[in-house]
Design a protein around this ligand. Structure first.
Ligand SMILES: [Zn+2]
Length: 386
């Protein structure tokens, strides 16, 4: 079943053009998640007439977006043309930029974590974005587009980063315009947490369409985002689900935002590592290291459970308000999430153990979900354009 929540077509187009664009989109999204497929299978799966499938497949092969399994056999099954086009995808962090080439299947290739960049000021950060983009565009085979995920508030329509607390003086940065001056290809900018949600919804083959989800990440901060009624829910000002700076404690822990006792002073990876150092005198730096150390030290789990108890209140509120089908945990080591999930669910259940919690499925998302998700969003926008 494919999720098609991002599909929006301008009403200025004729009914016929709109229908063709919808069918083309359905074929591409289907092949992205359930390939290979024969034309008749595509027609049945997407409920499109076989003659329409034949004509659209011809168009898509001409664009080199899809390919035959065996070029010598015109009736052989269809695949996305994963080796032809590449999307340059960047994920912005306070102290590094992660970049990759993403193919039309959503698979990351050539992933690089680039740390030798001057990210100290707004101007230098922007220069670094251009430098990394240039390097990856140069090594692309055929450039499909450029996709950038960033922390903070983003307007995906304009491609402006409205505000990112973790990046230097990042207020109203027109990232899309800056890149558009250098590159004429399609460009998409999105919030990194929403991008992760997209990768888990758009690039995953599921037996049922997902209508509602809660995505949560524990990284250098704490982020979450919601999907409601089959669509992402950014809220009126693009900040729905931004729980990292909710006040959840009483110890007076100072947060980088200037407030005291924000969630990220208790439950982010740096906060958990500080607490492990304080209570157990062990130096750890990452979610992966926490998970490894916990294999031989049960006290680590106690510190982790305590940290997660602060996350439980805002998550319980969101779960009871929106009753999601699935909670997706992402952008962190899989072992770390396996370790913290039982304690987190126990803490959430203390607020109320109703069906919304008992029936909630928990998924751990794949690696590089922001990089993949923002690329999936770019593909969606191109696939649906008539
Ligand atoms: Zn804060």
């Amino acid at each position: 079943m494919i999720n098609i929540f991002l599909m929006k077509i301008e009403y200025t187009h004729s009914e016929q053009t709109r229908k063709r664009a919808e069918n083309r989109y359905a074929i591409l999204r289907t092949l992205q998640t359930v390939q290979p497929m024969k034309r008749t299978e595509v027609a049945d799966y997407c409920q499109i007439r076989k003659s329409s499938v034949t004509s659209l497949v011809e168009e898509l092969m001409e664009k080199k977006w899809i390919r035959l399994e065996d070029i010598e056999r015109p009736r052989s099954p269809l695949h996305m043309n994963e080796n032809y086009w590449q999307i340059v995808s960047l994920q912005l962090h306070p102290n590094k930029i992660i970049a990759a080439h993403i193919d039309l299947q959503g698979t990351p290739n050539n992933v690089q974590t680039i740390t030798d960049l001057d990210l100290s000021t707004r101007e230098n950060y922007i220069e670094s974005i251009l430098k990394v983009t240039k390097k990856f565009v140069k090594s692309s085979k055929n450039l499909f587009g450029i996709a950038v995920s960033t922390p903070g508030m983003v307007d995906p329509e304009t491609g402006n980063c409205i505000s990112a607390l973790n990046l230097p003086d990042f207020e109203n940065i027109p990232i899309k315009d800056i890149l558009s001056r250098e590159y004429s290809c399609p460009i998409v900018i999105e919030n990194d947490v929403r991008a992760s949600l997209y990768s888990n919804i758009l690039l995953k083959n599921r037996s049922n369409k997902i209508d509602s989800a809660l995505f949560v990440e524990i990284t250098s901060g704490v982020g979450s985002t919601l999907m409601v009624n089959g669509a992402p829910y950014p809220g009126a000002h693009g900040t729905a689900g931004e729980i990292g700076h909710l006040v959840v404690g009483t110890e007076g822990r100072l947060c980088r935002c200037g407030q005291k006792d924000c969630l990220e002073t208790y439950t982010s990876i740096p906060a958990i590592c500080r607490e492990i150092k304080k209570q157990l005198n062990i130096d750890l730096k990452s979610g992966y290291e926490i998970a490894q150390e916990a294999k031989n030290n049960a006290d680590i789990v106690k510190v982790l459970d305590e940290a997660c108890s602060h996350l439980a209140a805002p998550l319980a509120s969101m779960i009871f308000l929106t009753d999601p089908e699935v909670m997706i945990l992402g952008n962190q080591s899989e072992d770390f999430y396996k370790l913290m999930t039982p304690g987190l669910l126990n803490s959430i259940a203390k607020y109320q153990n109703g069906p919304a919690v008992r029936k909630l499925e928990v998924e751990i998302s794949s690696e590089y979900s922001s990089l993949r998700g923002v690329a999936a969003l770019l593909m969606d926008k191109i696939f649906i354009t008539p």
